[in-house]
Write a protein that binds this ligand. Sequence first.
Ligand code: FES
Ligand SMILES: [Fe+2]
Length: 360
Amino acid sequence: MANLAQTRSEPAAGPTAAETDAYLRLGLRNRWHPVLPSRFVADKPIGIRRMGERIVLWRGPGGAIRAMADRCPHRGAPLSLGRVADDRIACWYHAVEIGADGTVLCVPGEPGCSLEGKRLVKTFPAREVKGAIFLWMGDALHPDPAPYTPPPQLQEGAYDAFLSYQEWKTPWRFLYDNNMDPMHGQFLHAQSHSMARGERKAEFAIRATDTGFVFAKTTQKDVNFDWSEWCDAGAIYCRLEIPYPASGGPGGNFGIVFHAVPIDEGSSACFFWRFRKVSGWQRDAWRFLYKTRLEARHFAVLEQDRAIAEGMDADADRAEHLYSHDGGVVRMRNILRAEARAQLKALRAAGLDPLAKSEA
Ligand code: FES
Ligand SMILES: [Fe+2]
């Protein structure tokens, strides 16, 4: 099998390949990213880290998600340790109050102080999709969100989906590599209930789509994990389908919509929506079977992926020897790098350098 070289030509000007990769270690900006299952956020503030940033979340009137930098503008205490009331958050340290739009509303220790009325805390546009909170993670040049229409599998209608959320100690890019690599199903998951059948050899082809591409076996279809799709449509994600055996009950193929967002450079938050095209009684059967039998099996399969991903060194992709089955991974990496390089170049042109900032 021919060795598959990755196209990494150094640009004449602008960020180098190494700088682009360093920038990408904290994820791709200017996209909607899921950050947490909806059920994790209630009336109390909760602090998380995503793409290296500390973020506090809470629910305002009517349950609307509020999200802002988890850093008090006074002396930097975590706002997530504070208290929420009347759609404002009060820092625990000296009780400075911040409104939902990031404005300092009150400095109790010094009423009328110049902080009051200033918008000093960065906020994040938020929305909820199929049981998860998505935030717009824009860069400094793109604070306003781009449109994002969730795929049909995450909308009400023909599909039914369960969300599985996990945090893995591995860089986010390895997780997307794993999802754009259908061939591992035939080996790593060979003992599973849904990936035990089919050929151990395959050829692949890439088909472009409006939002990315499909990487699919040309030698086998609807037998095993035979294709995966890369999508970039306001949010980045993968989508795949695997046929179920008869023991999986009635309905269409089993499928996954997958997102990963970096927590930091070495760990990631993973969102697996496990879906099936079902309606009526088949939908009820799917929901019952999933909860009583299938969820545990999928969890066991996922643990195999986790063992591989967490077992890899953080720079495992520094020296690889790829072959044609890695064509989807290569295409995706090239897309991500081109986009990241453009972002980094624009930020630098505006006098902003996120790499310099992270080293400060
Ligand atoms: S650090 Fe938050 S009020 Fe002082
Ligand atoms: Fe897998």
